[in-house]
Design a protein around this ligand. Structure first.
Ligand code: NDP
Ligand code: 2IT
Length: 441
């Protein structure tokens, strides 16, 4: 490996030895940048990579709230303001018991590159808490969100840092967070959060955007390789926001989705998933996927053992291991579309690429969500609303352009259809240019 790259990677590993997801994300990006770094020896002198991997600011705070039983519970809140190079910090909030500093930093780091790929003026950030919204009453969720925002509000703003949703944070949570922000600031700063409800500044098609965007990217990737989505079968892990709207668009584009999952199990429906039923169970009732009847119910991980042409991991990081990749390849999978952030381990991705399986990398293929968040911010600034069709068309064009950027960068460096490297290189070149222009900050 290039000596400078190796030095930076080693420093990241020793300085952050307990942060395995963060190290993984940095490793995955840096190792694909070798041909670019080789061409730019000036980067070392200006510590360009060292500055790129170090967050501008990492904030942690206490979040106490009183549960329905009258007990006081204390959680930890985070906001990683990673990079303001090309716009205000932008990225979601995750509420999940597994949240820790490593996961926040990996997500924030990925977000910088993803946001650069959208072509829109948004920097990178991420936040969240180890709070588990599952099984909590609306009152508990509201009090937690209010406490979280009481602390977070001093660090964000529509030109400073704009959070949105992620795992465990959807329209309900964004509503409570927005209400508390507005109450404290005593001003209507509509663009401070995205993913808002349609009645108070949200954008049409934001809810659908990540899943739809993933399928637009998959269509472009397959077409560029002499294939098409029409008539293919697919399995989709997760049954949250990304998974549901990936399923909806996949079905519209002629794909038969035969399995979905949640953190406790997986349903395999040979006749094709009934998405209205999934929406009722997950979006309306906030229930378990096991409530979906007339299908085979398996354990969550079994989804990667089901034979399908396309696999769309849309739940969480590292959900596809090398072992899962081997099963998918043995069953003849032709393409992987990453809806979740870093859902495939490095070994799994390498195995897919070595076996000529097309991989749509998360930071490109799931960028439709944040891109549409930026469109929501524009609408808030304009004090105007676009129609569903207008936003959807903008999203589609953005995804086509993202695919083209990945393809072009891969071709330029002789990497064929390795869009994983293509995405990293395309994003990095834009960021490096901005970093050089702005001096040592
Ligand atoms: P949701 O909370 O809406 O849904 C998450 C889904 O994944 C649920 O079905 C959940 O199961 C399952 N899941 C979560 N954690 C685990 C786990 N540790 N093991 C197994 N299953 C799990 O989140 P989103 O759909 O918004 O997010 C899904 C992924 O997509 C995340 O990686 C997120 O970072 C990424 N993403 C989201 C974007 C967005 O706009 N929302 C944009 C880009 C990426 P259960 O129902 O049992 O909890
Ligand atoms: O990972 C992601 O890109 C998101 N969770 C969406 C972020 C956003 O600001 O819309």
């Amino acid at each position: 490996m290039n000596r400078y790259l190796e030095k930076v990677l080693n420093e990241v590993k020793t300085k952050n030895e307990h942060e395995k997801e963060y190290i993984q994300a940095v490793d995955e990006v840096l190792t694909t940048l070798e041909p670019v770094i080789e061409k730019h020896c000036e980067y070392e002198q200006m510590a360009l990579l060292e500055r790129m991997v170090e967050p501008e600011r990492l904030i942690t705070f206490r979040v106490p709230y009183v549960n329905d039983a009258g007990q006081t519970i204390v959680h930890r809140g985070y906001r990683v303001q990673y990079s303001s190079l090309i716009g205000p910090y932008k990225g979601g909030l995750r509420f999940h018991p597994s949240v820790n500093q490593s996961i926040m930093k990996f997500l924030g780091f990925e977000q910088i590159f993803k946001n650069a790929l959208t072509g829109l003026p948004i920097g990178g950030g991420k936040g969240g808490s180890d709070f588990d919204p599952k099984g909590k009453s609306d009152g508990e969720i509201m009090r937690f969100c209010q406490s979280f925002m009481t602390e977070l509000q001093r660090h964000i703003g529509q030109d400073v840092d704009v959070p949105a949703g992620d795992i465990g944070v959807g329209e309900r949570e964004i509503g409570y967070l927005f209400g508390q922000y507005k109450r404290i600031k005593d001003a209507y700063e509509g663009g401070v959060l995205t993913g808002k409800g349609l009645s108070y500044g949200g954008s049409l098609a934001r809810k659908e955007a990540t899943g739809y965007g993933l399928m637009y990217f998959m269509r472009e990737m397959l077409n560029a390789n002499g294939q098409s989505l029409e008539g293919k079968t697919a399995v989709i892990s997760g049954s949250g926001n990304v998974a549901i709207y990936a399923c909806q668009k996949a079905q519209e584009l002629g794909v038969k989705v035969i399995a979905m999952s949640d953190s406790q199990g997986c349903i395999y429906d040979k006749n094709g998933i009934n998405l209205e039923l999934i929406k009722q169970i997950k979006e309306v009732n906030r229930g378990r996927i096991s409530e979906y009847k007339n299908a085979q119910y398996l354990e969550s991980k079994a989804i990667w053992g089901i034979k399908a042409d396309i696999a769309l991991p849309c739940a969480t990081q590292n959900e596809v291991t090398l072992e899962d990749a081997k099963k998918l390849v043995a069953n003849g999978v032709i393409a992987i579309g990453e809806g979740a952030n870093m859902p495939c381990t490095k070994e799994a991705t390498e195995y897919f690429l070595a076996n000529n399986v097309l991989v749509a990398p998360a930071k490109a293929s799931n960028a439709g969500g944040v891109a549409t968040s930026a469109i929501e911010m524009s609408q808030n600034s304009m004090r105007y609303y676009l129609t569903f069709e207008e936003v959807d068309k903008m999203l589609e064009n953005i995804m086509i352009n993202i695919f083209k950027s990945c393809q072009k960068a891969a071709e330029e460096y002789g990497l064929g259809n390795n869009y994983v490297a293509g995405a990293n290189i395309a994003a990095f070149r834009k960021l490096a240019k901005a970093m050089k222009a702005q001096g040592i900050v």
